[in-house]
Write a protein that binds this ligand. Structure first.
Ligand SMILES: Cc1ncc(COP(=O)(O)O)c(C=O)c1O
Length: 396
């Protein structure tokens, strides 16, 4: 399958292609100076609209529903301006208690900016079950009971701590039934799982492209807004880049943004950053998310009892060392990531030993290790090697 062929060399392929595209950007700049942005058809690296259309195929969205811009938190702030318009009756934002901290900060700042509302009354934190996971039936219960006072359900597609994949379609449907708007943080989901944002009727979503999109730290982010909101009169924050390119450079003072999410683009994006995304999309276009997901699942589960044990699920066998698996054991309910707790260890030290052995995973204080076998460039062999290194480190 194309993703299996790809995985053996894409770790090298993508940086190489990024270098080529970045040097094209620098050549353009050297040759054309400030005309770089206006020159038609030289290379589509400069067209954030073109990249948005290609990115749309990865998240199940139409081209007029996706913008390539800023980074996740900035995009969240832009969309909260439109989608969080509290009233006395409906003023709450539903967030997971363990959401990525930037989501609290953005939501808190919007609640505060509206003056009439208090964070401790309007920020509604969803608590996980005893197993640290969010169960769909509990989320639906909360929405059913509290929905009339919830303005916005703002959850993670894939939870960054536990790797849990939420049922975005079912949650969206239930929230809409109660009249709430729905937004998702897709930082850990994009490029890792199949998404159908348009069909699920999600109102908006935001993400960065540095994790499973492989674009590197500080990569340009993205935002989705459903077509049903294409002509809206929501409050919003605008800038010149949201104009149609045909009139943008006329520099007229009339406010004339494009309809939909592309009108929310405030500033000129960095072409260097667009080049990194263009390189990533080229590699994604050699396969499909469905195939990547299939491989990801194979990396994460034991296929057959008699197959050599090369799968990450082996971690479960480490329970005798006190390794506790936090991610859902059902692989369809998690993204590419597995999280374990090492309650009996100095986890920081374990993490350091893993790094010393050239194993790259992330540590969350005090005792969590997050392991993400990215299907693009993680081989079955790598998973096996991880298991061996991990076991040796724990033994010692
Ligand atoms: C789940 C999640 N949300 C939000 C962010 C913040 O992204 P940004 O720095 O692009 O605002 C991150 C960054 O890693 C993340 O993992």
């Amino acid at each position: 399958e194309s993703c299996l062929d790809l995985c053996s060399h894409s770790l090298g392929l993508q940086p190489k292609r990024t270098k080529t595209l970045v040097s094209q950007v620098l050549d353009e700049w050297a040759n054309r100076g400030s005309l770089t942005y206006r020159h038609p058809g030289v290379t589509n690296i400069f067209s954030d609209l073109d990249l948005a259309e290609r990115l749309g195929r990865i998240i199940g969205a139409h081209k007029d529903e996706v913008a390539v811009m800023n980074s996740l938190t900035v995009n969240l702030n832009l969309l909260l301006t439109s989608f969080y318009t509290p009233t006395q009756e409906r003023h709450k934002i539903l967030l997971e208690e363990s959401t990525f901290p930037t989501n609290y900060f953005a939501c808190e700042s919007h609640i505060n900016n509206h003056k009439k509302y208090l964070v401790n009354e309007s920020l509604f934190l969803l608590r996980p079950g005893q197993d640290e996971l969010f169960h769909t039936k509990d989320i639906l219960n909360i929405i059913e009971m509290e929905g009339d006072s919830i303005a916005l359900v703002m959850l993670s597609g894939v939870q960054y701590l536990t790797g849990q994949l939420l049922d975005m379609e079912v949650i969206t449907k239930a929230a809409h039934k109660k009249g709430c708007k729905v937004g998702f943080d897709l930082a850990q989901a994009i490029g890792a799982v199949e998404l159908s944002l348009h069909d699920w009727e999600v109102d908006f979503a935001v993400w960065g492209n540095f994790k499973f999109m492989n674009c590197g730290p500080g990569a340009i982010g993205g935002a989705f807004m459903h077509r049903k909101h294409v002509h809206n009169n929501f409050p919003k924050l605008l800038g010149w880049w949201g104009y149609d390119i045909a009139t943008r450079f006329n520099f007229t003072p009339q406010l004339d943004p494009l309809p939909g999410i592309n009108g929310y683009r405030n500033s000129a994006p960095s072409p260097l950053n667009l080049a990194c995304l263009a390189a990533s999309l080229e590699i994604f276009e050699k396969t499909t998310i469905r195939k990547l997901r299939k491989k990801s699942i194979l990396l994460n589960r034991q296929v057959q009892a008699n197959v050599p044990l090369t799968h990450l699920i082996l971690l479960l066998q480490l329970s005798s060392y006190g390794v506790k698996m936090i991610s859902p054991s059902d692989f369809t309910q998690r993204g590419c990531q597995m999280t374990v707790r090492l309650e009996k260890f100095d986890t920081k030290k374990v993490h350091q030993r893993l790094k010393d052995n050239a194993v790259n995973c992330s540590f969350k204080d005090p005792d969590m290790i997050r392991i993400s076998p990215n299907p693009f460039y993680t081989r079955f062999w790598d998973v096996y090697r991880f298991y061996q290194v991990f076991q040796t480190v724990l033994k010692n």
